[in-house]
Design a binder for this molecule. Structure first.
Ligand code: GAL
Length: 331
């Protein structure tokens, strides 16, 4: 029999306590570490893939595809996290735990959820890509809630303005007008304004005749910048951007946002986030690094872009700090 003396016992007890206390409490992050595992407040890798961000007062909410292990394979889940600094995220809950709406059948798809807050109706309106296994339904679904992190109730699904819609993106302009960006396979990339209550897609602004997914737009110093990826499924490809003075176009030619041989450093765009501070504005590229066979381990590539005068460039991923108050990136 092993006999432990008093001092050793105490040491073991302290170690056990430390291990126990540490479990579930991640340390506060001090920098963004693109491509690495991104722990939430519980120390678990964030599950908000193909996501979108909604800012309410000084709180950011991040919604995305919940793809942790052990989910009920008949349901689809959307997670919600909150943060004040875009770096340290608290897991609120899975705000969607949905069973197949409108009979999509086995293997049905709920992807790229985006939440728009409507200040008139005070509703949180979630759009998502709703599809069947073979991506033939090609429609959007809407679910709503009274709280950012409430249980979202499914309302309806439809093809926006009668068009096919697969990957969707969200864009809210500086004047508060909300737009849906959607991929219409036969034709290209559409930008359309939402109705006043956000419960419908009301008016097409533009069809960009370029086949692009993961669409995202930012309005920066008088120009609109639109980015997207090519159609290669989960495989990364060189994402491209174009600019226009108005959403209706005309849009410039599309050019690479990063060295094409890096395939956007292995990522696919999902959002361009504008962080406006007291001293400056930073535009963050938000991308997904998909791992189709181990989706729960899919990573995120968030990086400040170099932007201005019609140019947009995504530098190679490296750790960075962002001061949310000043809006500036610091070393
Ligand atoms: C990607 C798309 C993803 C998902 C995937 C399925 O191109 O961006 O959201 O639909 O295809 O293969």
């Amino acid at each position: 029999m092993i006999r432990l003396n008093g001092a050793l016992c105490r040491q073991l007890l302290v170690i056990a306590l430390l291990v126990y206390c540490n479990k579930g409490f991640a340390q506060k992050l001090t920098e963004f570490r693109p491509t690495e595992v991104w722990p939430d407040d519980r120390g678990e890798h964030i599950q908000a893939h193909g996501g979108g961000i909604t800012k309410i007062k000084d709180t950011y909410y991040w919604y995305g595809e919940e793809r942790r292990k052990g989910l009920d394979s008949n349901k689809r889940y959307v997670s919600c996290y909150s943060s004040k600094d875009l770096m340290n995220w608290k897991f609120r809950k899975d705000v969607v735990q949905m069973t197949d709406p409108n009979n999509q059948g086995e293997g049905w798809v709920l992807e790229r959820p985006k939440v728009f807050y409507n200040s008139k109706t005070k509703k949180y309106v979630m759009y998502f890509h709703l599809d069947n296994k073979s991506y033939k339904t090609a429609s959007v679904g809407i679910a709503i809630s009274d709280e950012p992190d409430g249980d979202y109730t499914f309302v309806k699904s439809f093809r926006p303005l009668g068009h096919e819609s697969r990957d969707i993106g969200q864009f809210v302009d500086d004047d508060g007008t909300a737009y849906l960006i959607f991929e219409d396979r036969p034709y290209g990339f559409r930008i359309a304004r939402l109705s006043e209550d956000y419960m419908d897609v009301e008016k097409e602004m533009c069809l960009i005749s370029q086949h692009m997914e993961g669409g995202a737009i930012v309005h920066y110093k008088g120009l609109y910048y639109a980015i997207g990826s090519a159609l290669t499924g989960w495989r990364a490809n060189p994402n491209k951007y174009a600019t226009a003075k108005s959403l209706e176009g005309p849009w410039s030619e599309f050019t690479d946002i990063a060295p094409p041989e890096t395939n956007t450093y292995g990522s696919q765009s999902t959002l361009l986030l504008k962080v406006v501070g007291t001293k400056g504005t930073t535009i963050l590229y938000l991308g997904d690094i998909w791992k189709p066979k181990t989706q729960w381990d899919s990573r995120y590539l968030w990086m400040p872009v170099e932007i201005g005068d019609g140019k947009l460039w995504l530098p190679a991923p490296k750790p960075f700090k962002l001061n949310i108050k000043t809006g500036l990136v610091t070393e």
